[in-house]
Design a protein around this ligand. Structure first.
Ligand code: IMP
Ligand code: MG
Length: 187
């Protein structure tokens, strides 16, 4: 059985994704062109890995890239509460403008705890660059740090989506587009 046959509906095609990611990369390039230092780009593993890879290749600034891992999801589609940071940054963020790159903002719990973590480590500003924003399920307001901005790719309807880095039970991250699984595969 082919991978595509697991998908009930495609929400964003690979071409739509790459066009939108290129636009965000241009926006970031523009916004930081005159800044004294380029931002530090921090991807949230694992879900942001494809978005991060496409985004950074479009940013025309001499940036550094780091990764952090926060675990909030088990193997299902529901958050298991307050996330823990299970893999920390390599770089010192003191005085830096950090752009956190996330696959999707759902309840907002993961992002909020990561922002608080970066702020406690002395980041002077924290921006968020989320590929998808699912506002229907938001539980906590995302409070940015300093002159941080919120960049987003698309607003996501209230579905559990897979692909372009996002998983269900650690599967489907490798899909080059974003879609919804057929009900028999959400098991
Ligand atoms: P939050 O803490 O509820 O905002 O959840 C954030 C994390 O949950 C995201 O970074 C994703 O890794 C995961 N997540 C939330 N919604 C989805 C979805 O629809 N598909 C796949 N992963 C999701
Ligand atoms: Mg994530």
């Amino acid at each position: 059985m082919s991978l595509d046959s697991h998908i009930e509906k495609v929400l964003w095609t690979q071409d739509q994704i790459l066009d939108r990611v290129a636009q965000i990369a241009s926006q970031i390039t523009h916004d930081f062109q005159a800044a004294p230092d380029p931002p530090l780009i921090v991807g949230v593993a694992t879900g942001a890995f494809l978005f991060l890879a496409d985004l950074v290749r479009g940013i025309q600034l001499p940036i550094s890239v780091d990764l952090v891992r926060a675990q909030s999801y088990g193997s299902g589609t529901l958050s298991n509460g307050a996330p823990t940071i299970s893999f920390d940054l390599k770089f010192d963020v003191k005085g830096k403008h950090v752009i956190l790159v996330e696959d999707i903002v759902d309840t907002g719990c993961t992002l909020s705890s990561l922002i608080a973590h970066l702020e406690s480590k002395g980041a002077s500003a924290v921006s968020v660059c989320a590929f998808l924003d699912k506002p229907a399920r938001r539980k906590v307001h995302i409070k940015l740090v300093g002159d941080g901005k919120f960049y987003k790719g698309f607003e996501c309807p209230d579905y559990f989506v897979v692909g372009y880095g996002m998983d269900f039970a650690e599967l489907y991250r490798n899909l080059p587009y974003v879609g919804v699984l057929k009900p028999e595969h959400y098991k």
